[in-house]
Design a binder for this molecule. Structure first.
Ligand code: GDP
Ligand code: MG
Length: 720
């Protein structure tokens, strides 16, 4: 019978050779003994992609020295039968010890493919082995296998056959240095062996020299027949042995073994094996961590501390890239003004698109940083603990521990979205608790409201950014809880249900995982800014531009400008006057537009809360998407800009505007926090409950927000 290839299986006893052998050959195997001895010889065949493959299962051995019959037989088969390739099966959980045989196979020079067997056990023990790197360092193919399940046997066969073909019967011995005491002796001996052609038709010369040095009985026996060469070799060995005993107090065999392990260790040290904690260990560590992190007293304190730290980091770190983006969009607006001739197109590009979208995009760095931290908390398993700890509080307000997740997803730690938040209420089993959660989740400061708060906080509370943002979040929770308590004790009365929720063991989040999760969310935000917000910005720009001011009004402003030009004024006074006129003209123009009329229509009522017609435009736009509030401010304030020469950031423009103060800002923040959820959320709420409840949320929330805004503004006006 002719075979396409013969593969020899080598490996330490109990590395799984026989199991792998059986997995590949099935029933087609022959078992016998090696001639004259009782060592078992097993052979088998199988077909692989139309190739007939023959496997010899070598006796299990720890090395290739002639210390035992098994080792001697294994070596003889390799040398006499010259299989195309040797598959060395090593136990992946005992890599260091098992690689000792591999090193000797490399030294012999046979083509070797390494099978990292029992990879299933290794993984269970938390071991991760970088096979690609190991393969590169060892210079031979490496395949992870689990012989018991057959995992990897296809790949192993493929690689073994390919490697055998590639090497085409050529042996390439690996050179390992054995140090200054042995290397020179080996060199002299190899030269003599080479010259005398002693066993060199079967073994590499240096290998024969090594065996002499190791006092290998088999090789020595053959050597004794040589006479003179043997005596010369023996003499060198004796000298080296004596030298080693004198200087290192040990025999050459021990030094050789040390250097082989040294070679193995130098490879394994290069981050080949990483050890993760096993499941039991992680559960154990988790239990210990939970004694502190979810402790009745310490737990909530730590939780508040962690959340506060998150705000602090976001604002201190995020400010830097935010400044860059602001600069970038400022520069773009300037370029737009310079490059595009004055007129409608310039106004559309600069005021409508750049200022509108730029106002929203400027917050991307802050939001990205916040998402990174939220992803970290989620991936680590801490977020589930937050829900667990909050259950005790939530229960008092007619909610459930599972309500925490919808709240957090909606932005309960800032930067979520109420749409998935409302959807997440599905995990609540009790319909009443679900309804209460769903109605109150949109109060949370979602990623779209954040820019509005950030803008106003930057303009009016720049000294205490993190504190104010933290308070806003806290206020959102308080309102959500109080409203929930209100509805749960009136329109949706009922008993609370017990808390059951998974608390998975803690795990160290990977950088990759956190970055991917954060990126997914931040990208959603950027995409929205590039599509929905762009569209709404343009629509609102048009609503704020058309219809233009009546002709007589334009003439009136023109006349004012001419009178300024004619009057005797200093250059500076003239410029200020002209800027004032331009500003008044811009304001008059917006006021005359569709949006201005809508805003003005609501002004008699909205002014109780301190909102003028421009804020009203923004708030109406905000129903389409909350981000639009910022872009509309951007557009409204750039259309009626005080000093067109100087492109200042929107927040400084708001801060400089005389109609604004801290209380107006605060009233607006609270109104934006509480008023009707955005259009998409309302639709989602209707799907999860009914239109009746969705419309209830719209009107109730808007009324609630307005009452609070009026209170804040009126009290503030009395105080200031
Ligand atoms: P041999 O001495 O190298 O022929 O090893 P065997 O094939 O007899 O296997 C020794 C033991 O290891 C047996 O109990 C096998 O069931 C077990 N074993 C072999 N391969 C695997 C493997 O990939 N995973 C696990 N978990 N056990 C294995
Ligand atoms: Mg066996």
């Amino acid at each position: 019978m002719s075979y396409a290839a013969t593969i020899a299986f080598a490996g330490n006893p109990n590395s799984g050779k026989t199991t792998l052998f059986n997995a590949l050959t099935g029933a087609r195997q022959r078992v016998g003994n090696y001639p004259g001895i009782t060592v078992e010889r097993k052979e088998g065949q199988f077909n692989f992609n139309d190739l007939k493959v023959n496997i010899i299962d070598l006796p299990g051995c720890y090395s290739l020295s002639a210390y035992s019959e098994e080792e001697l037989v294994a070596r003889k088969v390799l040398v006499d039968e010259r299989p195309q390739v040797v598959v060395d099966i090593v136990d992946a959980t005992k890599l260091e010890r098992h690689l000792y045989l591999a090193v000797q196979l490399f030294e012999l020079g046979v083509p070797v493919v390494l099978a990292l067997n029992m990879i299933d056990d290794a993984n269970k023990q938390g071991l991760r082995i970088d096979t690609a790197r190991l393969s590169k360092l060892l210079g031979c193919p490496v395949v992870a296998t689990a012989a018991r399940t057959g995992l990897g046997k296809q790949e192993l066969t493929e690689k073994a056959l390919a490697h055998g073909r590639e090497r085409a019967g050529k042996w390439e011995p690996l050179y390992i240095s054995y140090g200054p005491d042995i290397d020179p002796a080996l060199k002299t001996m190899s030269e003599k062996i080479e010259a005398g052609c002693f066993m060199t038709n079967r073994y590499p010369a240096r290998w024969v020299a090594l065996k002499y040095m190791e006092a290998d009985e088999d090789v020595l026996g053959a050597g004794r027949l040589l006479g003179e060469l043997h005596d010369e070799l023996e003499k060198i060995v004796a000298e080296t042995r004596e030298h080693c005993l004198k200087t290192l107090n040990t025999v050459p065999e021990a030094i050789i073994a040390d250097y082989r392990y040294g070679f193995i260790n130098s490879i394994l040290k290069q981050e080949i094996i990483t050890r993760e904690k096993t499941q039991e260990e992680r559960i154990d560590i988790s239990a210990k961590l939970d004694m502190i992190l979810t402790n009745r007293v310490l737990g909530p304190l730590i939780m508040v501390g962690i959340l506060y730290a998150m705000f602090f980091i976001t604002f201190t770190v995020g400010e830097i890239p935010m400044g860059w983006l602001e600069g970038l969009f400022g520069w773009m607006a300037e370029m737009g003004t310079v490059l595009i001739p004055e007129g409608l197109v310039q106004s559309l590009v600069v005021s409508g698109i750049i200022e509108g979208v730029g106002g929203v995009m400027g917050f991307v760095p802050l939001i990205a940083i916040m998402f990174v931290m939220i992803s970290f908390l989620e991936d680590s398993g801490y977020m589930a603990r937050v829900a667990y700890m909050l259950d005790r509080v939530l229960r008092v307000f007619g909610l459930h521990g599972c309500s925490a997740m919808p709240f957090i997803i909606s932005g309960g730690i800032a930067g979520g979205c109420a749409v998935p938040g409302v959807m997440a209420t599905r995990t609540l089993r009790s319909p009443k608790e679900k309804l209460a959660t769903l109605l109150t989740a949109p109060f949370m400061p979602c990623g779209a409201k954040l820019p509005v708060f950030l803008l106003l906080v930057a303009a009016f509370f720049s000294e205490h950014k993190a504190q104010v943002m933290f308070s806003i979040t806290l206020f959102a929770w308080i309102m959500a809880l109080l409203v929930s308590k209100l509805v749960r004790s009136t329109i949706i009365k009922g008993e609370p249900t017990p808390f059951v929720m998974e608390l998975p063991p803690y795990r160290m989040p990977t950088l990759r995982g956190v970055v991917i999760h954060a990126w997914e969310r931040a990208w959603q935000y950027v995409k929205k800014a590039g599509t929905v917000i762009l569209a709404v910005s343009i629509i609102l720009w048009a609503a704020m531009t058309f219809p233009g001011p009546p002709a007589e009004e334009v003439l009136q402003f023109e006349a004012q400008r001419q009178s300024v030009a004619a009057a005797t004024l200093s250059e500076e006074q003239r410029e200020t006057r002209l800027a004032e006129i331009n500003n008044a003209e811009g304001q008059a123009a917006i006021r005359h537009s569709v949006a201005g009329r809508i805003g003005t229509f609501f002004e008699p009522v909205s002014q109780w809360a301190g909102f003028d017609w421009r804020t009203n435009i923004a708030l109406v736009g905000g129903f389409a998407a909350k981000e639009v509030i910022v872009s509309t401010f951007g557009t409204a304030y750039s259309l009626g800009e005080l000093d067109p020469e100087e492109s200042t950031s929107l927040s400084s423009r708001l801060a400089a505007d005389p109609t604004w103060n801290k209380y107006t800002a605060l009233a607006l923040i609270v109104f934006v926090l509480l008023y009707a959820p955005c259009f998409v959320t309302v639709v989602t709420m209707a799907k999860e409950s009914s239109w009746r409840w969705a419309l209830f949320a719209m009107t109730f929330n808007t009324a609630l927000g307005f009452i609070f805004a009026v209170l804040i503004f009126q009290v503030g006006s009395l105080l200031s």
